[in-house]
Design a protein around this ligand. Structure first.
Ligand SMILES: NC(=O)c1ccc[n+]([C@@H]2O[C@H](COP(=O)([O-])OP(=O)(O)OC[C@H]3O[C@@H](n4cnc5c(N)ncnc54)[C@H](OP(=O)(O)O)[C@@H]3O)[C@@H](O)[C@H]2O)c1
Length: 320
């Protein structure tokens, strides 16, 4: 095992310019962890949030400086070493998973707990597998209540979670509206949205009422969300501004109860139980994986810029 590995590190919150390529000591797995030789790591909005330290919840565990020096949670690669207590995986196994607790995927090697990992389906490349864990788990849980004939709206639908959520909601028989910027409208139609809305010119909360709203980037008032819900409808917030998220869990919950709707936060559960079903449907060809661009490890800052500037259609992947 090399004593040092190449990684993309940062020591303070900021834009992509605070990232730099450096040598770090090879991480050592503890008893219930494995060391992974990283092949691909997909970029999530949570990486951008961890880089910039914004919204405020991205600083949990690291108020003034980042809690981890290396970002990257959605890892795919080969097991290079196993901790003393690991029986599920062996050196050489091809694995993937969401390493949200430890991060470290923008590097040649990373450690991850066994519980976060699954065996990579043979039909998926490492790059494809790396796109599924976080985005797939959010999309699966966010669309679990979508039913045939319902009107489902997905806000932020042109990104990673959104492109899976559109497909999953469509397959449950719902009529799906995707909301994102003008450059992503064709993309959302392409993955199956029945209707698309440009958030820069239209306010979706003034359209027809919906039975289910999955909001990946909440920033409006709870009164607007309440207005957009049909009686009995449900609004699920997954991410967004701190102000919007806090209002959803406080005022939103009460407002929903008083008006026969439900407004709440979806805290997506992590782990193979939540992403493997999505990966299997991708491997069988039922769901499509949309990789917009791939970047080399040394170009991680560019990969994050591409996502942060709002240009990514679906997923961005860093390959090592
Ligand atoms: N609740 C949980 O347990 C949990 C766990 C992990 C992650 N998350 C959250 O999950 C969310 C989804 O992440 P992701 O990786 O799918 O993000 P992503 O790939 O960046 O997709 C987000 C999409 O939303 C669009 N968008 C930005 N502002 C918008 C607005 N005002 N209205 C409509 N669309 C807008 C973005 O487009 P442009 O910016 O290009 O316009 C982008 O296409 C993030 O908020 C993340 O923090 C939640």
């Amino acid at each position: 095992m090399p004593v040092g590995v190449k990684a993309v590190v940062y020591d303070r919150y900021g834009g992509p310019e605070v990232l730099r390529v450096a040598q770090i000591p090879t991480p050592a797995p503890s008893a219930d962890q494995v060391l992974i030789k990283v092949a691909a790591t997909s970029v999530n909005l949570s990486d951008w949030e961890g880089l910039t330290g914004s919204p405020g919840y991205a600083r949990i565990g690291g108020l003034r400086a980042p809690r981890r020096r290396v970002l990257g949670s959605d890892i795919a690669g080969r097991v290079a070493a196993v901790g003393a207590g690991v029986t599920r995986f062996r050196v050489g196994d091809e694995v993937y998973g969401d390493n949200l607790g430890l991060l470290g995927g923008f590097a040649e090697y990373a450690v991850a707990p066994v519980a976060a990992l699954a065996r990579k389906p043979a039909a998926l490349t490492f790059a494809e597998a790396s796109t599924v864990p976080q985005a797939g788990a959010i999309a699966l849980q966010g669309t679990a209540r979508a039913r045939r004939g319902q009107r489902v709206l997905i806000n932020g639908a042109g990104g990673g979670s959104g492109s899976f959520a559109i497909q999953l909601a469509k397959r449950s028989g719902a009529h799906v509206t995707g909301v994102d910027n003008a450059g992503k409208l064709d993309f959302m139609r392409g993955v199956g949205a029945d209707e698309v809305v440009d958030y820069t010119t239209s306010d979706f909360t003034r359209l027809e009422p919906f039975d289910l709203i999955l909001d990946l980037v909440a920033h409006r008032s709870v009164f607007a969300y309440r207005r957009a819900l049909a009686p009995g409808g449900r609004y699920l917030c997954v991410g967004g501004t701190v102000r919007s998220v806090l209002r959803v869990v406080t005022v939103g919950a009460a407002l929903g109860l008083a008006t026969g709707r439900r407004l709440g936060l979806l805290i997506a559960r992590e782990g193979p139980a939540y992403f493997e079903p999505v990966a299997e449907r991708c491997a069988s060809g039922e769901l499509r994986i949309s990789i917009d661009r791939m970047f080399a490890l040394e170009e991680t800052a560019r990969a994050l810029s591409y996502l942060g500037e709002g240009r990514a259609l679906g997923k961005i992947v860093v390959t090592v």
